[in-house]
Design a protein around this ligand. Structure first.
Ligand SMILES: Nc1ncnc2c1ncn2[C@@H]1O[C@H](COP(=O)(O)OP(=O)(O)OP(=O)(O)O)[C@@H](O)[C@H]1O
Length: 755
């Protein structure tokens, strides 16, 4: 949009807060003043500062400043055109851009307010017409109205009716004047006619200072509505509407100065009331919009409310006389101007929307809001999914943390178990403990027989590694049918060997137990002798069966049997007097594992309520028994065990009674009492009596076992002497034995021999 007569002045952005543009126009001395030889006391030293030239007395100097600065000051020789251009045009022509504006003329009587405002109004209107002529793309409507506030009454200057007009409060437009004439200005001549008509209607009286003093406040209002021609008549049409007010205030002089009396005095009182309120409003507005602003205290301030700190751009031109005689009034004017320049307004572009356009716009807004609602709804569901995902992720993280904690606990438990195993290995190498272990051997065997039904329950209390170890142990010693059967068919082998070599000692040891009879009874209930006999008879079948049933376990069993064979030899206190000297690391991995498992088994499998009875041999008995169990797979193994045990293991019966418990058993899951009772009530002798003879139908067990042992010993001795003649120490011999027994050929021979 262009501007009129300087279009750049109309490009000011709206919707911003700005100060009231305050200017001061100094008029020249008039004839009366010059006649009194009055001299100008005020001088504009530059475009913005005006000073009081006369020397002030000491008292006045403290009361009044000598210099005043404003947006613009005009010397007496400044033309009204210049004043308009520099002090009003920019603000006044904002109206063509839809921005309200107001131009005020404030000053004492005869200071040139009407003189200045008349010129500014004409220049403005002239520029507006010029602007309209340049902008044919828009259609403009100019409406003119004029009011007078005289003695606090509002009068329509375009009407001959002097009836005061009422002021109404409109929520959108603010204060409106009821039944105010609004003339549509056709052209410049029409404007001049209207202006002339208004001047004729205005209250003018003669005062001592002004022969044609304006005794009222005059407000000329020019409203401009503009619409783009291309949108006229269609739904998109909208218009800009704004008003520019040309306010010619009544004189702010004191009544005493005008020597008023009667009607003039009464006018002066009302004028001063309005100007006093205007001054108060300006002063309050200059300090901010906090608190109450008394706009409604006068008709003038009420009508000009939007122009005084509202939606309007405002310019105030303060007119002043340079005469010394008016110094006091001039100072009041400058004081008012100083306050006014601190007042800010916030002008906005006023867009008028047609009814059709308004409906269309409202429908569009409704559709937009509905779309936002839908988007918001979908976004909400998306956010719900995201929240659910976050919740699930948190649950996953918690589970991961829990798994880590459980894994850590498992590792700790495993470490503890390993430590116990290692401790047990280190502590369990004395001959006394071996004797103790041997004396408890039947318990392991018996437990392995009937405890399978409770195996799951027992395992469930163990950690994963414990379970794994236990499974290994079960596979070795009491792995369900195979290992239990091994026990069953192996025990006679061992027991017979014991009976042959040292049966009296063992029998004597077991036989002193008070609960022997109960053991026998429970054995009758729990063990199926016939089944055991069958198992003993079907050693080969069972082993073969297990190979099929448990292909994963069986190779382990076989290998472990071989390893354990050597281990048993090495663990023999007589094969190596100090078995503890055998470092676990010297064992093969299979041996280490086997040793751990054996110790683990003895801790887990043989908890006994009798400390002196169970504990001492807990650590070693597993090893012994497991060795025995595994050896039962081949005659050569069995023979080897028989050789060791028969020769040395049970010589020291006294140590069985004196060996102290190790106490590790308390750290493990306690077996059910019923199982414990079943465990230690079993009696070796009783059991032995029920077991079928080894290799029934062939040679006696003793003969067979002795033969086996002799064969194996002979084979081992030959191998050792031939391959390692320098191997003279027991430990070296044990290693050689291990090599020999791990040899596939030996194993094969042994197995065939057993079968
Ligand atoms: N700047 C000026 N240059 C020349 N003459 C001026 C100037 N200002 C005012 N006058 C003359 O001073 C006289 C008084 O001016 P004007 O009527 O405008 O005063 P006013 O402030 O409106 O007084 P009132 O308040 O009584 O109406 C007029 O005759 C006017 O021509």
């Amino acid at each position: 949009m262009g501007s009129v007569g300087g279009e750049e002045a109309m490009q000011d952005p709206a919707d911003r807060e700005e100060r009231i543009l305050v200017s001061v126009r100094l008029r020249p001395l008039n004839d009366k003043e010059r006649a009194r030889n009055d001299v100008p006391e005020w001088e504009c030293i530059n475009d913005t500062t005006i000073i009081y030239r006369s020397n002030l007395s000491a008292s006045d100097r403290s009361l009044y400043p000598t210099a005043y600065t404003f947006d613009r000051v005009f010397r007496a020789d400044a033309s009204t055109r210049q004043v308009y251009e520099e002090a009003a045009k920019e603000v006044a022509l904002s109206v063509v851009n839809g921005i309200n504006s107001s131009i005020f003329a404030y000053g004492q009587t005869s200071s040139g307010k009407t003189y200045t405002m008349s010129g500014v109004t004409e220049y403005t209107v002239a520029d507006i017409f010029n602007y309209i002529q340049k902008h044919t793309e828009r259609e403009f409507v100019l409406k003119f109205s004029a009011i007078e506030i005289y003695n606090e009454s509002v009068r329509d200057l375009l009407s001959t009716d002097s009836t005061p007009l009422r002021l109404l409060d409109d929520p959108e437009r603010g204060t409106v004047i009821e039944r105010l004439t609004e003339a549509t200005m056709r052209d410049w001549n029409h404007f001049k006619e209207l202006i002339s008509f208004c001047e004729a209607q205005r209250q003018i009286g003669e005062t001592s200072l002004n022969e044609a003093s304006s005794r009222s406040h005059q407000i000329l209002r020019l409203t401009i509505e503009s619409s783009a021609c291309e949108f006229l008549g269609n739904d998109k049409s909208s218009s800009l509407a704004a008003s520019v007010n040309f306010v010619d205030l009544a004189g702010s002089e004191r009544a005493s100065q005008t020597n008023s009396a009667g009607t003039r005095l009464k006018e002066g009182c009302h004028i001063n009331r309005s100007l006093l309120t205007l001054g108060t409003v300006i002063r309050k507005l200059s300090k901010g919009r906090n608190g109450h602003i008394p706009f409604r205290d006068s008709k003038l301030t009420r009508i000009l409310q939007s122009s005084l700190g509202g939606n309007a751009r405002t310019a105030i031109i303060c007119t002043m006389s340079p005469a010394r005689i008016h110094v006091e009034q001039t100072r009041n004017t400058l004081l008012f101007a100083s306050c006014a320049k601190e007042v800010s307004t916030n002008a906005q572009v006023n867009v008028v929307v047609s009814d059709k356009a308004l409906v269309k716009q409202l429908q569009k807004e409704l559709a937009r809001l509905q779309s936002e609602l839908k988007t918001s709804g979908s976004a909400h569901s998306t956010s719900d999914c995201a929240a659910l995902l976050r919740e699930k992720d948190q649950e996953i993280e918690m589970l991961k943390t829990e798994v880590k904690e459980l894994t850590l606990q498992r590792d700790v438990a495993q470490t503890q178990i390993k430590d116990m195993i290692l401790q047990a290995i280190g502590d369990g190498e004395s001959s006394t403990e071996f004797d103790s272990v041997y004396s408890q051997y039947p318990k392991i065997r018996v437990r392995n027989v009937w405890d399978f039904g409770n195996q799951t329950e027992e395992q469930s209390s163990l950690s994963v590694d414990c379970e794994e170890s236990l499974r290994s142990f079960i596979a070795y010693s009491d792995g369900h049918s195979i290992c239990s059967d091994d026990n069953l068919f192996q025990l006679p082998d061992l027991d017979k060997n014991l009976r042959m070599r040292s049966a009296p000692l063992v029998v004597s040891h077991i036989g002193i137990r008070d609960d022997q009879k109960n053991i026998e009874d429970e054995q009758e209930e729990d063990a199926d002798d016939q089944q055991e006999e069958d198992s003993c008879k079907d050693v080969k079948c069972i082993v073969s069966e297990e190979l099929i049933r448990n292909p994963h376990t069986q190779p382990k069993v076989v290998a472990s049997s071989l390893n354990t064979y050597t281990d048993s030899i090495a663990s023999s206190p007589f094969a190596n007097a100090d078995t503890s000297a055998l470092d676990l690391d010297s064992y093969s991995p299979g041996l280490q594992e086997n040793k751990r498992v054996n110790h683990l088994r003895q801790d887990f499998v043989i908890p006994s309520p009798e400390k002196s009875y169970a504990s001492p041999w807990l650590r070693e008995i597993g090893t012994s028994s497991s060795r025995s169990l595994r050896f039962s797979r081949s005659r050569s193994c069995r023979a080897s065990l028989m050789r060791n045990s028969s020769s040395y293991w049970f010589d020291d019966e006294e140590s069985i009674q004196s060996t102290t418990p190790i106490g590790n058993e308390k750290d493990f899951t306690r077996r059910p009492d019923v199982l414990q009772s079943k465990a230690y009530v079993l009696d070796q002798n009783t059991y032995l009596e029920r077991l079928p003879p080894w290799n029934a139908g062939e040679n006696s067990v003793e003969t067979s076992a002795i033969d086996d042992v002799q064969n194996v010993e002979s084979s081992i001795d030959k191998e050792t002497k031939s391959n390692c003649p320098e191997a003279s120490t027991p430990q070296i011999k044990e290693e050689e034995d291990l090599k020999t027994m791990n040899s596939p050929t030996d194993h094969e021979v042994s197995f065939h021999h057993a079968s």
